[in-house]
Design a protein around this ligand. Sequence first.
Ligand code: UD1
Ligand code: UDP
Length: 372
Amino acid sequence: MTDGTAVTIVLGTRPEIIKLAPVIDACEERDIAYSVVHTGQHYSEELDTVFFDQLELPAPDHNLGVGSGSQSEQTGTMIPAIEAVLLDERPELVLVQGDTNSVLAGAIAASKLDCAVGHVEAGLRSFDRSMPEEVNRVLADHAADYRFAPTDQAAGYLREEGVPDESVHVTGNTIVDAVTGYRDLAAEKSDVLDELGLEPGEFCLLTAHRAENVDDRERFESLLDGVARFARESGLDVVYPVHPRADDRLAAFGIGMPDEITPIDSQDFLDFLRLESTAKVVCTDSGGVQEETCILGTPCVTLRDNTERPETVAVGANRIVGVDPESIVAGAREALDDPNDWANPFGDGRSAERILDIARLGSATSVGEVSG
Ligand code: UD1
Ligand code: UDP
């Protein structure tokens, strides 16, 4: 679609596809003229097309094929390629979501053309500028015109940074829309538990892919050691869908997987949701997984030194343990003992509608803002 595009949605990685799927669906429902630009940051089937197929999303209108590279190379290559599409489409609004290099590139390209930019999942802060994601989210927030914060806390961080109050909107997180939309389907359709020989409530799900963990040999080994020790103590099976970055680092460092941890391929969304919903506990360094476990009522142990999702900790769904083996075992033990009766802090599952309403795209459904 190159004529009269109202909104251009820029995405590039697995979590962006999943979290923007509800926005794309809402554009379809409202008959809004939209286009999707895929930067090509993720390109392997298991991180990319599997989600377009399963979430029944139309193929992207543009795939920029940027692929992997250093932080600056990847981001820098994306910017002029996105600019070329925007010059052609001249949309009213460009939407980006999250904190990846694709988000930063989309926000920069759009703001330099004086296109309105909407940042979905604005205002998250880990306050750790050594993480590429923190730099990306801060810069994207400050390039944006619409800042769609998932919670009051995120909106508060934005206001403290001095952005105009009227640009901050609390919408909830679109991941709630995605999880509520697909959770039942996952329970009905996924046979991942049978395929992996797992019993509900009798296994631990592990994900670890963040650069600060897997690109550092000592941290990666320490993390695996901690989870393996917890597996021995608890008697739980551990399954680990391995992200390509982690796979690459395991091979490059020559790290052997502990016997207690079963590596499996990256999962599609329904199978992964099923695993998250039925795990006894989830150990992760993923941002999206911290949110999803909180929404699904599964206790989470975060293998990082900080989180930009403090709401999950505040409600008692998550604990931040780093990668020290003893802290991992202690945190996971606590996760098994604590009650699982928290309330989801990320909204009511109508975030995508709210975002379109606020941007005045299509006929409003008058869901109103969460608050803020
Ligand atoms: C990116 C995001 C991270 C997010 C993650 C979601 C940044 C800075 N990081 O990290 O915040 O949590 O996506 O999964 O944007 N690779 C493949 N196939 C692919 C893509 C990557 O094999 O389709 C491998 C390559 O070896 C590549 C490595 O994974 O070098 C890292 O990919 P990259 O896009 O740089 O970052 P992610 O680790 O995926
Ligand atoms: N996910 C998935 N299959 C997997 C692992 C994760 O579908 O094997 C989904 C998960 O449900 C969540 C998203 O990927 O919606 C999280 O992405 P990721 O952990 O790659 O990135 P982050 O959220 O840390 O940026």
